[in-house]
Design a protein. Structure first.
Length: 276
């Protein structure tokens, strides 16, 4: 409740500040868009990007969406059964960590700098947490810490090898292949391995949620290899990918993927929590 009250005070304070500033500007014959004033006052979102900066706009929207999702998940912690609270907490942490890193990536993009390091730091924290969700929803059905450790190490291997290739620290095709192998191993574990069998054993809403999360990994996560090949394709066998999307729009691909996958993961878990 105190979080909700603090958020309301924050919003009301900013609205009053906007009103005073807007009156001042009008008294001094300065024209200013009140909606832009409102949005820019939330300084953690930064200035609204120019209308022709599509990538910058997705960074800005991504920051706002991730933060809003975090507030939603945290405020609903006590609205679900105790056995699902850890899952909802993890969902909130995933989107909160992403929101913080999106602020840094937004600023790096605005300055014309690379966002790669911030992107991978975000992923190295959030992707293993997304894997934790599989363990948490299947824990009652028999998932063990062994399953959890395998998923986490596979996700870390996927990201570390991906970073080496994308940052230009090694042959992009080789390191990308290693990253892809780790990804497909994760797919095997959740789609055909013990975790799939445990989900079938649990049945009902748990099995349905597990299948939906698997679809996110199969379809939603597939967008990241596309971004990787667009960014590293020059001179490689997959160079034709560079013609599909300009290298400048790699962040656009990643931003859309992040918003769909991270928020979507949390909403699937939340739906499971309120259905039991």
């Amino acid at each position: 409740m105190w979080i909700y009250q603090a958020f309301c005070v924050f919003v009301i304070t900013n609205l009053v500040e906007i009103l005073i500033f807007y009156i001042y500007l009008n008294l001094n014959n300065n024209k200013y868009n009140i909606m832009e004033l409102f949005l820019n006052t939330f300084y953690f979102l930064g200035d609204v990007p120019a209308g022709d900066d599509l990538v910058g706009i997705t960074f800005w929207i991504g920051t706002m969406a991730m933060m809003a999702a975090s507030v939603f998940f945290f405020l609903n912690l006590n609205a679900v059964d105790a056995k699902w609270r850890s899952s909802i907490l993890v969902s909130g942490l995933i989107t909160f960590i992403a929101a913080v890193h999106y602020m840094y990536m937004r600023d790096a993009h605005a300055a014309g700098d690379s966002t790669t390091i911030f992107r991978y730091v975000d992923w190295i924290l959030t992707v293993p947490l997304m894997c934790v969700e599989f363990y948490l929803i299947l824990k009652a059905a028999g998932a063990t810490t062994k399953h959890l450790k395998v998923l986490i190490w596979a996700s870390v291997a996927m990201l570390v090898t991906g970073y080496v290739g994308e940052a230009g620290l090694g042959n992009a095709a080789i390191w990308g292949g290693l990253s892809g192998a780790a990804y497909f191993y994760i797919v095997y574990l959740i789609k055909f391995g013990d975790l799939a069998k445990l989900a079938e054993k649990a049945g009902g809403a748990v099995e349905s949620a597990h299948k939906t999360l698997v679809l996110f990994v199969l379809i939603g996560w597939a967008i990241y290899p596309v971004g990787y090949m667009v960014g590293t394709g020059e001179g490689m066998w997959y160079e034709f990918f560079t013609g599909l999307v300009s290298a400048e729009n790699i962040d656009l691909i990643y931003n859309v993927g992040d918003s769909i996958n991270k928020i979507g993961f949390g909403l699937v878990v939340y739906n499971l929590a309120v259905s039991k």
